[in-house]
Design a protein around this ligand. Structure first.
Ligand code: TYD
Ligand code: MG
Length: 456
């Protein structure tokens, strides 16, 4: 058995040090150092071995073909189509999922729906354990009643001490464990406030080890604020297998779930739900798209997972007197808007500096995919010129020299865009070489090389 290793962790920012510190050298907080003991070192090692399907703890080499087979296990389908797609087919034995989002966004609701769906779809007598430190057993029961959930395989507890809880779970009987939320549970080993970083780390580590040891998937719910200021969940992302966040605006009923990390499938997958009186219902990706004959609207797609996701970019460009124009953006990094408007100003000789530019993405989706840059430029130009150019889809990247460059997976983006009632698709000229995209009777495809051509 390896010797227990003690480290000190700042309870405010998560800074780790092998030595005790009075003042955190990173965030400057006094007396925030908490002792954190990694007793589980040897256990982690045996879990790794166990995961690899061998008797612990003799490290061994596998040939690549048998290594490939180790993860070709059957997935446990949740039975909720959009969740299964998000998880590349379902849950894997021992998979640890972090499910984050703002309070009230629907984390507990979707978790309970997943539990119910798995319970209904499995024809074994295995149990699903839902640990609710957040709400009492009665409150969870009430929510379950509202959702029409009454499966006896679903067991609820509102205990908050992780060791007690894990002792109560029969590893041979458990099919899934849900912890709601990691900020409300605590470990006996840790002497620091519940919800603090050190407790969160300890709780996550205990559940993770249990999950891996017995091959039981677990969903760990975490509260995150809009600014992501609660550092806790962020600091455990690296120890879990999969990270899924709710994003988008809470002011509507629509909810977007996005996979930020996945060790068992591609990340970047997005799916849309609507909060209804019967819980969260899966929706088609085109839910947020609107068709109006006003300037400044361009369709594009995000391609971060295995499939494109259609979105709509809206720009409003309005002239200002005296001061230089502001750039305000939701869904697109404002620095991207500044760069693209600078490129347009410079290469097209447009007075955008004397205009405010407001940018928005439908449904509150966040875009980082550079393939959306052409659409951003198109939306700015359309609004600046006050010109409605029909329902147009654009995909491509923009260089500082005003060149328009290929976006990845243009073929699939175009195929997906053709499902929309659009008139025109604009893509980079260079993209046409490697694809066989063709105009149809209703949808024309045009190619551009640089923003001058786009403007024209
Ligand atoms: P919840 O899942 O409790 O959010 P979280 O766990 O992320 O804090 O969702 C809370 C909101 O969802 C709450 O405002 C009520 C609403 N809701 C519905 O509209 N329909 C439903 O069927 C349920 C269960 C909740
Ligand atoms: Mg909740």
């Amino acid at each position: 058995m390896a010797k227990a290793k003690t480290i000190y962790v700042c309870d405010k920012c998560g800074y780790e040090s092998p030595k005790w510190f009075g003042k955190c050298p990173v965030c400057g907080e006094w007396n925030s150092a908490k002792e954190f003991s990694l007793k589980d070192h040897s256990e982690t090692k045996s879990i790794r071995a166990n995961e690899a399907g061998m008797e612990a703890p003799h490290p061994r080499f596998f040939d690549i073909n048998s290594a490939t087979k180790l993860l070709e296990e059957e997935r446990i389908k949740t039975g909720i189509n959009s969740i299964d797609e998000l998880l590349s087919g379902g849950l894997i034995k021992g998979q640890v999922i972090l499910l984050g989002g703002e309070p009230g966004v629907g984390k507990s609701t979707i978790a309970l729906q997943i539990c119910d769906s798995i319970a209904r779809n499995s024809n074994n007598d295995k149990r699903i354990y839902y640990i609710s430190g957040e709400e009492s057993v009665g409150q969870v029961g009430l929510r379950a009643k509202r959702l029409g959930i009454n499966n006896e395989k679903l067991l609820i507890s509102s205990e908050t001490q992780i060791e007690d809880i894990l002792n109560e779970i029969d590893p041979n009987k458990a099919q899934l464990i849900v912890v709601d939320s990691i900020q409300t549970l605590c470990s006996v080993d840790i002497d620091s406030p519940v919800g603090g970083i050190v407790q969160i780390k300890a709780v996550v580590e205990k559940v993770r080890i249990f999950s891996k040891k017995y091959g039981i998937p677990s969903i760990l719910i975490a509260h995150v604020t809009k600014e992501g200021t609660i550092a806790g969940p962020k600091l455990v992302e690296h120890v879990v297998d999969t990270v899924i966040y709710f994003e988008g605006e809470r002011t509507t009923d629509y909810r977007i779930l996005r996979v930020q990390k996945n060790r068992y499938g591609p990340s970047g997958e997005i799916t849309v739900f609507q909060m209804t009186s019967n819980g969260l219902q899966g929706l088609s990706e085109d839910t947020f798209l609107t068709y109006s004959n006003t300037p400044g609207n361009i369709f594009t797609s995000i391609y971060e997972g295995t499939r494109p996701f259609n979105v709509q970019i809206q720009a409003l460009v309005s002239r200002v007197k005296m001061t230089s124009g502001r750039r305000i953006s939701h869904g697109v990094d404002v620095r991207k808007v500044i760069i693209i408007s600078a490129v347009l100003s410079k290469h097209l000789n447009l007075p955008l500096d004397f205009h405010d530019i407001y940018m928005n993405v439908s449904g509150g989706v966040n875009i980082t995919d550079p393939g959306c840059e052409l659409a951003i430029a198109g939306a700015i130009l359309s609004s600046f010129l006050d010109a409605y150019i029909g329902n147009v889809f654009m995909a491509g990247e923009i260089g500082l020299d005003g060149s328009i460059r290929p976006a990845v997976n243009i073929q699939k983006r175009v195929e997906n865009a053709k499902k929309l009632p659009i008139d025109l698709i604009v893509i980079p000229k260079a993209s046409i070489k490697n694809t066989n995209v063709k105009s149809t009777q209703n949808i024309k495809i045009e190619t551009v090389d640089n923003i001058r051509q786009l403007f024209n």
